[in-house]
Design a protein around this ligand. Structure first.
Ligand code: ADP
Ligand code: ZN
Length: 604
C-alpha cells in the first residue's frame, strides 16, 4: 500500500493542509516531472522535495551548499522519524562509509550531499549503484554567475541530467528576478520544466528605512526599544565594522557575536552554533552569513550599511520571521553609503557592461530607499509582482512628505559647476556643503572659496538637510562620484536640465523626529507576541522544557518544536494525546516521543 502525499504531510510533519503551490509541485514531482520552484524564504520549499522523497521509492538526493547546516537539517528530519543522512567533508571516512552503505541498502529516505562531493567520481558511482527517487537542487541561484551567491561547483550539476535523464529534478530558490530564473533553467538544463512562482510577499515583516546619522546609537536604540532580548542579525559591509559593532553592542548589554570570512572556520562554526542554539543572540555579520540558516524565530534583520542590490536586501531581510510571527527589517542609510558604493563600482574590476550592471542594481536599491510610496509595493514590483499599499512599512505607517527641492538642487549643481569651470577643482560632499552654508573653515580660506558667488547661498538649510539633498541627487544620478577615486563629485549629462530649470525635483522629507515616537506602531508587533493571561506562563514552561530536551539531544531548540507550535499548545491546553495530534507541527513521531511531557507541562 502506498501512502499519499497528504497523509505524509499530516502524519510525519503534523500539518493539516498544503500551502500555496506545494500540492501541485509535489504531485508533479511524484509523477516524475522536473520543476523550478521559486518561493520566498519561509514559504515552505523543503516539503516540496521531502514529501515526494518519502512517497516515491528510493532515496531523495538533496544538493545543498551549506555543509555547516546539513547536520541541523538531518537532525530535524530524524526527530520526525525520517531516515536521513548527509555526506560532506566534515565527516571522517568511517561515518561516510556507513552512510554510503545505508544508501546502497535502500535504508535512507533522504541524503544531503555538498555539490563538490557529489561531483567526485566515487560519489557518482555510488549513486549509480543505488536507487534514487529524485534530485533536489537547493539554493539553485548559486548556479547564476551574475547573482550574489555564485558557486562554481554548481555549474557541474548539469551532469545529473546527462547521467540520470529519467530521475526527476527539482531546483529551488528564493531568488526571483526573471533574469536569474532564466539562467537557472538554462544552466541546469531544465528545458520545458514548469516554473512554480509563489508570491514573494512576506506580510509579517515590517520594512523600515531610516536616515543614517550616528548609526551604532540608532541601532542600539532600535534594538532596545523594539527587540530587547530577541534574536536578530545585523549586516555590515566590512569585517572591521562587524567587529566594532559586535563589541559596541556587547558593551551595551546586548548579547552579540561577530561573523565574517576573516575569522577562522572554528570560530565561525562556534558562533553560528551559539546563534542557532542560544536564545536571544544577535549575530553581527557580513553577507557571508545567513544562507540556509533555518532558524525560524529571527525577529529582526538590521542593515547598518546599504546593500548592493534589492535582490541581496530581499534575501537578507527574508531571514527574519520565517515562523510567520511579526518581525522587522531595519535599514539605516545615508549620503556616505551612496558615495562609497558609487566609488566601489568605479574601481571594480570587470568591463563596462559589468559596471553598468552593478550601477543598475544600486540604482534600484536607492529607488527603494528614497521612495515616497509603500516599500513593499516597490520591493515586489522589482520582482514583477503587484500589491496594494501594505499598511506594514514605514511609509505606509508614517507617510513622509515630498518637498520641492529644485532650487536647492540648482544651488549645489551650480557650485559643482563653478568650482570646475572657474577653478578646475572638484570636491567631496563635506566641503561643498561648507561652501553653500558659508562656513569659514581653514580649507575654505586656503582655497579662497569665500570669494565665489555661490559661497553662503545655502545658509537657509541645515547641514543634515543638505546631506539629504546631495544623497538624493546622487541616488538619481543627477550628480556622479568622480572617476578619480577620491569621492569627489561631478555633474552628469542629466544635471543640465535641472540647472536650466527644465526639471522639477521632488524629494523625500523624513517625518519629524518620528524615529523616537514610533512606539505605538512598533509595540503593536510586540503585543501580538505576548500571549494572554496564563497561556504566557504555560508557553514559558514549554519553552523551558524544550530548552532542556534540545540540550540533551545536542540540537537547536526549533528542531524539537517551533515557537508557533508551543504557542498553539499553550493557547489550546490539549488534555490528551489525541488533542495534541491536532496541533500544527505535532506529527505521529513527536506525539509519541514527547506527548506525555507536553501534557504534563500544560497541567502544571
Ligand atoms: P523555505 O525552505 O522555503 O525557506 P521551509 O521549508 O523552511 O521554508 O518552511 C518554512 C516554515 O513553514 C517551516 O517552519 C515549515 O515547517 C513550515 N511549513 C511549510 N509548509 C507548511 C504547511 N503546509 N503547513 C504548515 N507549516 C508549513
Ligand atoms: Zn507599505
Amino acid at each position: 500500500m502506498t501512502i499519499s502525499s497528504l497523509e505524509t504531510l499530516q502524519q510525519v510533519f503534523g500539518y493539516d493542509s498544503f500551502r500555496g503551490d506545494q500540492q501541485a509541485i509535489i504531485d508533479h514531482v511524484v509523477q516524475g516531472g522536473d520543476a523550478l520552484v521559486l518561493m520566498p524564504t519561509g514559504g515552505g520549499k523543503s516539503l516540496c522535495y521531502q514529501i515526494p522523497a518519502l512517497v516515491r521509492p528510493g532515496t531523495g538526493v538533496v544538493i545543498s551548499p551549506l555543509i555547516a547546516l546539513m547536520q541541523d537539517q538531518v537532525d530535524a528530519l530524524l526527530e520526525l522519524g525520517v531516515r536521513a543522512a548527509f555526506l560532506n567533508s566534515s565527516q571522517d571516512w568511517r561515518t561516510s562509509r556507513d552512510v554510503e552503505q545505508a544508501f546502497l541498502a535502500g535504508q535512507l529516505d533522504l541524503l544531503y550531499v555538498a555539490p563538490e562531493r557529489l561531483l567526485t567520481e566515487r560519489c557518482l558511482e555510488m549513486l549509480s549503484a543505488g536507487r534514487i527517487s529524485l534530485f533536489a537542487i537547493d539554493e539553485a541561484h548559486c548556479v547564476s554567475q551574475w547573482g550574489h551567491d555564485f558557486r562554481p561547483e554548481y555549474l557541474g550539476l548539469s551532469i545529473l541530467h546527462e547521467r540520470w535523464p529519467q530521475i526527476p529534478r527539482l531546483a529551488l530558490t528564493a531568488t526571483a528576478t526573471t533574469v536569474t530564473r532564466r539562467e537557472i533553467a538554462e544552466r541546469l538544463a531544465l528545458d520545458g520544466a514548469p516554473h512554480f512562482v509563489a508570491s514573494f510577499d512576506r506580510p509579517n515583516i515590517r520594512y523600515r528605512i531610516i536616515e543614517k546619522n550616528e548609526v551604532r546609537r540608532q541601532l542600539l536604540a532600535f534594538i532596545q526599544a523594539e527587540h530587547q532580548g530577541d534574536c536578530g542579525i545585523v549586516y555590515c559591509l566590512s569585517r572591521a565594522r562587524v567587529e566594532e559593532t559586535a563589541e559596541f553592542l556587547c558593551e551595551n548589554g546586548i548579547a552579540a557575536l561577530p561573523y565574517h570570512a576573516g575569522l577562522s572556520p572554528a570560530v565561525r562554526a562556534a558562533n553560528q552554533a551559539r546563534f542557532l542554539r542560544e536564545d536571544g543572540m544577535v549575530m553581527v555579520a557580513t553577507i557571508a552569513f545567513g544562507m540556509g540558516v533555518n532558524k525560524p524565530d529571527v525577529r529582526f534583520v538590521a542593515h547598518i550599511d546599504l546593500p548592493k542590490s534589492v535582490e541581496g536586501y530581499y534575501q537578507e531581510t527574508g531571514r527574519a520571521g520565517r515562523d510567520g510571527l511579526p518581525a522587522t527589517a531595519w535599514l539605516a542609510y545615508g549620503l556616505q553609503d551612496v558615495v562609497q558604493q558609487r566609488r566601489m563600482i568605479n574601481e571594480s574590476a570587470g568591463d563596462d557592461a559589468f559596471r553598468r550592471r552593478l550601477g543598475a542594481q544600486l540604482d534600484a536599491m536607492l529607488g527603494l530607499c528614497e521612495t515616497v510610496s509603500c516599500r513593499r509595493q516597490r520591493l515586489l514590483a522589482y520582482f514583477q509582482q503587484d500589491t496594494g499599499p501594505c499598511g506594514n512599512c514605514d511609509t505606509c505607517l508614517e507617510p513622509p512628505q515630498a518637498w520641492d527641492g529644485t532650487v536647492a538642487a540648482q544651488k549645489i549643481l551650480s557650485a559643482v559647476y563653478r568650482l570646475w569651470r572657474e577653478r578646475g577643482q572638484r570636491f567631496g560632499a563635506g566641503h561643498l556643503i561648507d561652501i553653500l552654508r558659508g562656513k569659514p573653515t581653514d580649507r575654505i580660506k586656503q582655497y579662497e572659496h569665500e570669494t565665489m558667488t555661490v559661497f553662503g547661498i545655502g545658509a537657509d538649510l541645515s547641514e543634515q538637510a543638505w546631506r539629504g539633498v546631495l544623497r538624493q541627487l546622487l541616488a538619481q544620478s543627477l550628480l556622479a562620484v568622480d572617476q578619480e577615486g577620491y569621492g569627489t563629485l561631478a555633474l552628469t549629462e542629466t544635471s543640465r536640465a535641472v540647472l536650466k530649470g527644465e526639471q522639477t525635483l521632488m524629494f523625500r522629507r523624513e517625518p519629524e523626529k518620528k524615529t523616537r515616537n514610533s512606539r505605538p506602531a512598533s509595540t503593536r508587533g510586540k503585543e501580538a507576541i505576548v500571549l494572554p493571561g496564563e497561556a504566557q506562563q504555560r508557553f514559558e514552561n514549554l519553552r523551558a522544557w524544550r530548552a532542556e530536551v534540545a540540550r540533551s539531544h545536542g540540537v537547536p531548540a526549533y528542531v524539537i518544536f517551533h515557537d508557533a507550535t508551543l504557542r498553539e499548545i499553550a493557547m489550546n491546553c490539549p488534555q490528551s494525546l489525541e488533542d495534541l495530534g491536532g496541533i500544527s507541527g505535532v506529527g505521529v513521531r513527536k506525539r509519541d516521543a514527547y506527548g506525555e511531557d507536553l501534557l504534563r507541562c500544560v497541567r502544571e
